[in-house]
Design a binder for this molecule. Structure first.
Ligand SMILES: *Cc1c(COP(=O)(O)O)cnc(C)c1O
Length: 425
């Protein structure tokens, strides 16, 4: 019997045997012991499955990855040390120097820098498209050397909701997979694979961990993209890997296992962005209550968005749960249970009014973070985008008075009372 998502949040990924620990054990060990060199050689040859060195695989991490895999409806998954590592590996696993990727322009700033600056230095070029563009404009971004399409379910911080079916259709028409960063929605509110996405990634640092305790990431493969239809486009998956005794990943591990095995055996081996077992344990504690917390984050987000929307000192509010929001209809389709707890808004009176408001907040703490149990708030113009002029801010979709407000799971009336007193004269 297939469990519902709430049950998978609590119990997925790990089933203890008779007399074994109820909670996932923390296997805090770098190495694993074998009786003979032959036993170990089989692991190095990927002939047998098992553990030999935590940089490649660790049982605690694998149990937690298996839970996230089940939550997303994937075929295989791996944890990474951060969301940034997950974004990087997901693309670098299939794109090399001389290749090209199409990405939504509405993505997390860290992903944008990784793609537009650092991966460009590796010879991988990105074309950024407006996610609301027409199919003709979308098609024009593809090149013969395009290897993937990348986008976010709910963009941080633009709060644009992705038309996942449109993106999947355009990617597949061009013979490449769609990679979706599902950090803000979480699989509780949206499972991109069900809408055609091929690979899903997460910054588990946000709602999944949920308590602002550990930085981490995850990659989930759907196992549905048929790499073998395009062997010349994806040689890393479809031709022998000489750094691994001539294994061809798609032949040896099938479509279900090829992508994640390659990312583990090659990228993790060589780049080593492994999550510590201790952090994986903490992440799993967060996952056990993810479904309960998301419900409260969304209820608080909706209440705060409605309060702000009717307040006379507020210029505008962005939240896809508000009727009249540009993304309301897409949210109804892809996020029927709710979106997330992040609301962005503009205060009347520009930068000065926003700074004054920020100073008066008491319950909402000022932090460069979003999406955890504690309500937190950021004024991009005086923090992350401080060096920019007002004109430069408008260019990247941020106004001087814009505030990003991340609703925690406290009492909604308390959060609203804090906003009300900070907006009062
Ligand atoms: C935070 C974030 C990332 C980066 O994750 P880290 O865990 O901070 O490395 C990637 N994507 C989105 C949508 C994020 O919010």
């Amino acid at each position: 019997m297939k469990n519902r998502i709430e049950t998978t949040c609590v119990q997925g990924g790990y089933t203890p045997g008779n007399g074994e620990p109820r909670q996932i054990p923390i296997i805090q060990s770098t190495t694993f012991k074998y009786d003979t060199s032959e036993d170990m050689a089989k692991l190095f040859d990927l002939e047998a499955s098992g553990y030999f060195y935590t940089r490649l695989q660790n049982p605690t991490n694998d149990n937690v990855a298996a839970k996230i895999c089940a939550l997303e409806g994937g075929s295989a998954a791996m944890l990474t040390s951060s969301g940034q590592a997950a974004s990087f590996y997901s693309v670098f696993n299939i794109a090399s120097c001389g290749d090209h990727v199409v990405a939504s322009s509405c993505i997390y700033g860290g992903s944008y820098n990784l793609f537009a600056v650092t991966m460009k230095r590796m010879g991988i070029e990105f074309t950024f498209i407006n996610p609301d563009c027409s199919e003709e404009e979308f098609q024009a971004a593809f090149r013969p050397n395009t290897k993937a399409v990348f986008a976010e379910t709910i963009a941080n911080p633009a709060l644009v909701v992705l038309d996942i079916e449109k993106f999947a259709k355009m990617a597949h028409k061009n013979g490449v997979p769609l990679i979706v960063d599902n950090t803000f929605a979480t699989p509780v509110n949206c499972r991109p694979i069900e809408w055609g996405a091929d690979i899903v990634i997460h910054s588990t640092t946000k709602y999944m961990d949920g308590h602002a305790s550990g930085v981490g990431g995850c990659i989930v493969d759907s196992g549905k993209f048929d790499w073998t239809k395009y062997p010349e486009k994806f040689p890393g998956l479809c031709t022998p890997d000489h750094s691994y005794h001539g294994i061809t990943y798609t032949e040896k591990f099938g479509l279900e296992g090829a992508f994640i095995t390659k990312a583990t055996a090659q990228l993790m081996r060589d780049l080593g962005s492994i999550q510590s077992p201790q952090n994986a344990f903490l992440l799993n504690l967060g996952l056990e209550s993810l479904h309960v917390r998301m419900e409260r984050h969304c209820a608080n987000g909706q209440a705060v968005a409605e309060f702000l929307n009717s307040h006379d000192k507020i210029e505008s509010v962005k939240y896809c749960g508000l009727k009249g929001d540009k993304y309301y209809d897409l949210a109804q389709k892809y996020l029927p249970k709710g979106s997330c707890g992040v609301v962005s808004f503009e205060i009347k009176g520009g930068r000065a009014a926003a700074e004054k408001f920020m100073k008066k907040l008491k319950l909402a703490i000022i932090a460069t973070h979003v999406a955890d149990a504690h309500t937190c708030v950021l004024h991009p113009a005086s923090a992350t985008h401080r060096q920019m002029t007002d004109a430069e801010l408008y260019n990247c979709g941020i106004s001087p008075s814009m505030i990003r407000f991340s609703c925690g799971i406290e009492n909604a009336d308390d959060i609203i009372a804090d906003l009300a007193q900070a907006l009062a004269d």
